[in-house]
Design a protein around this ligand. Structure first.
Ligand code: ZN
Length: 484
């Protein structure tokens, strides 16, 4: 069922209005307001101190690196950076929050009014960023058979919350937006984007309204989604659920829902709190945060080239297809690998082709990261030279490529060791051609009766007979000569 069909209900066409709130853990070594480590996976409660476990009378000290990271993110997402912002207490009770409040930002966030562009099905769309603010994480409850335990290693870990405008219209756009955000954060080095470990998670708000209207329907919020696939699935489910409610003449209740990835459904968790339920008030232990223009400009000057800029440059400067440019630019390490190969003299298109097909396939098959393979850009460039000067054929190159990926050996060494040098001796190839023609008299007959597309079949047979080593150009020439 396509989205368009789903959205029709009692003669009214509905559109979805989606906004995302992304929580990203900042890649600082220490916590937001104390010097405890932020390392993941340590023994419970080994990275705590009186500040982050909320002892009375302690004073928070703001982590300057965390502020720098949020400003960097704000600039990369085209936000205004407020010269003056303030921390607030968000009050609520929960066992993993011993001090009874979270330090967050409320009225005066540090970044506002930005945007990020996404591309879905070849169409570029601009998604507004309402705000980016800083806050500290809470601890973690661990529920066991014989009781519940609290681990406070995560309490006080610096987070930023990136809130989008309700500009997103489809679950696919939501996933694309989340993907783009993750790519930018990883480029900036401010968040590792590890969704399994919870470094990046997302809450999604969704409501329906008659297509073309300006108002908003009642929204529900889906909490704690930790993968691109789930954000798409959860929203898809929730949109259909809301539509069914409206179809039955019901009304949508404003509430928080949880995505159950095993059952593939969202379930009501609680009715939605309003901001006043948290009784936000200015944090009395921290002075307002002032960020100077000079500092902002210094951070701006240090920004790296971002995936969108790279994508456009790859398409423009190198003439790569949009899809390839997008794929290569998405991950910083992949982009830098590509650029290094081009710098070493590889033709951009050839480098891109090998990366998009063989390299991505091998990375996928082995579950490895590009940085974890012994294959370096210089290997690929060296191999491309061997193809160009006729030492090896494109078919043989695949074998060489796989071997380089596995062992990190130089292409020339592999060719020599395995005896993969291309056969360019005409008489040797002619012999193979004759054998193939003699073994396939019916096909030869059909070819001579006009079925010239059988040329491909003969080429394949000769290449096979030569174990991939025959020069394909010579094979083609000789076949044509002999067949006509
Ligand atoms: Zn601490």
């Amino acid at each position: 069922m396509t989205m368009a069909e789903v959205m029709e209900c009692k003669g009214t066409r509905y559109e979805a209005v989606i906004g995302l709130e992304i929580h990203a853990q900042l890649l600082t070594d220490s916590k937001m307001f104390c010097s405890c480590s932020t390392r993941f996976g340590s023994e419970p409660n080994t990275q705590t101190c009186p500040v982050c476990i909320g002892m009375p009378g302690v004073l928070p000290v703001l982590n300057g690196r965390a502020v720098e990271f949020v400003v960097r993110t704000g600039l990369a997402m085209n936000c205004n950076i407020s010269p003056y912002s303030r921390f607030a207490r968000k009050n609520y009770f929960y066992p993993d929050l011993p001090k009874g409040y979270q330090i967050s930002q409320y009225e005066l966030p540090i970044c506002e009014h930005g945007h990020v562009d996404i591309v879905v099905d070849g169409t570029e769309r601009r998604i507004g960023i309402t705000r980016i603010h800083m806050e500290e994480d809470a601890g973690k409850n661990i529920h066991q058979k014989d009781g519940s335990l609290v681990d406070l290693n995560r309490a006080g870990v610096p987070l930023m919350e990136i809130v989008s405008e309700p500009d997103i219209r489809t679950p696919r756009e939501a996933a694309a937006f989340m993907k783009k955000l993750r790519a930018i954060l990883r480029y900036l080095g401010v968040c590792d984007g590890n969704m399994e470990q919870g470094s990046l998670r997302c809450d999604a708000n969704v409501s329906l309204r008659p297509e073309g209207s300006e108002g908003f329907g009642t929204k529900t919020e889906i909490k704690n989604i930790n993968s691109f696939r789930f954000v798409e699935k959860a929203l898809d489910y929730e949109i259909k659920r809301q539509l069914r409610v409206l179809e039955g003449g019901g009304t949508i209740t404003q509430e928080t829902r949880l995505w159950d990835s095993n059952a593939g459904i969202t379930q009501s968790m609680r009715s939605k709190e309003e901001a006043h339920d948290y009784r936000y008030f200015p944090e009395p232990d921290l002075v307002p945060l002032e960020v100077s223009d000079e500092w902002v400009e210094e951070i701006r000057a240090g920004l790296v080239e971002l995936p969108d800029e790279k994508r456009k440059r790859y398409a423009g400067e190198y003439g790569l297809p949009d899809y390839d440019a997008e794929m290569l630019a998405e991950e910083r390490q992949v982009a830098e690998w590509f650029e290094e190969a081009v710098r070493l003299g590889g033709k951009p298109k050839a480098v891109s082709n090998w990366m998009m097909t063989e390299l991505l396939r091998l990375l996928n098959d082995t579950g490895r990261d590009i940085s974890e393979t012994p294959l370096k850009p210089a290997h690929l460039v060296g191999m491309l030279r061997l193809i160009e000067d006729g030492t090896i054929s494109g078919t043989i190159a695949k074998t060489v490529f796989e071997e380089m990926f596995r062992s990190g050996k130089e292409p020339g060494v592999i060719v020599k060791e395995k005896g993969l040098v291309q056969i360019t001796d005409t008489s040797e190839i002619e012999k193979l051609v004759d054998e193939v023609l003699a073994a396939n008299p019916t096909e030869v007959e059909r070819y001579r009766n006009g079925e010239t597309k059988l040329q491909g079949f003969f080429v394949g047979q000769v290449m096979k007979a030569s174990r991939g080593k025959a020069n394909p150009k010579l094979v083609n020439e000789l076949l044509r000569k002999k067949l006509t």
